[in-house]
Design a protein around this ligand. Structure first.
Ligand code: ZN
Length: 233
């Protein structure tokens, strides 16, 4: 009977819809995407820590180079001091040496702070590196679990697609066109008359409408007067 074939087709389409919906909202997908994000965050932190270490290394080197330059300058000035006789000249040299000492002390402070931070960042990096393998493993396991579930769904969908083709072959093209139009519109094209109610739109039919549905030829679908779905008594 056509109505049986339509109900079978609808069952297959509904099962495929459920599977596709399931495929789009898999908890395994959420888990894999969380694991991927966690690893991406870890990698970003890794880059930031290493770039800070590079920066600190450069700061320390620059401070050391400038300090060495200041020391050489100071040595020259001190040598000059020993040959100076004019008090005004000596005073100017002393002032210059004092300014250099101030700058040297600033550089020492900066270098020391950078060294301390470098040691802190080194410690943080050690702890950070310890997390890497577990994050990568979590992602690998999550991806594998997702792939298994997705492959199952793909197989089931392929199976349903095959059954769907078979079910459509035994329905005439006019009815198929009506079925496809209703399915596009409602998702579910075929409804049953349960008592006085269409189980597609859940609306009650009047006694006269029920009579019209019941008057449809045996095995032929009627139409719900409310939602237009194929109505099977
Ligand atoms: Zn209806």
């Amino acid at each position: 009977m056509l109505t049986d074939r339509l109900l079978e087709l609808q069952d297959i389409d509904t099962a495929a819809d459920r599977l596709r919906h399931r495929a789009a909202s898999l908890p395994e997908m959420t888990a894999a995407s969380r694991a991927r994000q966690a690893l991406a965050d870890w990698e970003a932190t890794d880059v930031a820590l290493r770039s800070r270490l590079d920066e600190l290394g450069r700061d320390i080197e620059a401070a050391e180079a400038e300090s060495a330059e200041i020391d050489r300058h100071r040595d020259r000035l001190q040598a000059q001091m020993r040959t100076v006789i004019a008090p005004r000249e000596a005073e100017a040299l002393q002032h210059e040496i004092a300014t250099l000492a101030e700058r040297r002390s600033e550089l020492d402070d900066r270098g020391l702070a950078a060294l301390e931070e470098q040691s802190d960042v080194d410690d943080t990096l050690v702890g950070h590196l310890e997390q890497e393998s577990s994050l990568r493993q979590t992602l690998e396991v999550a991806d594998a679990a997702l792939a298994v579930v997705q492959a199952d769904i793909e197989r089931e969908l392929a199976d349903l697609e095959q059954r769907r083709e078979g079910a459509r072959e035994v329905v005439d093209t006019t009815t198929l066109a009506r079925y496809d139009r209703l399915r596009d519109h409602h998702g579910v094209a075929v409804a049953r008359l349960v008592g006085h109610r269409c189980d597609g739109c859940h609306l009650d039919l009047s006694p006269a409408e029920v009579d019209i549905v019941k008057a449809a030829p045996e095995g032929e679908p009627a139409a719900c007067p409310q939602c237009d779905r194929m109505l099977i008594r």
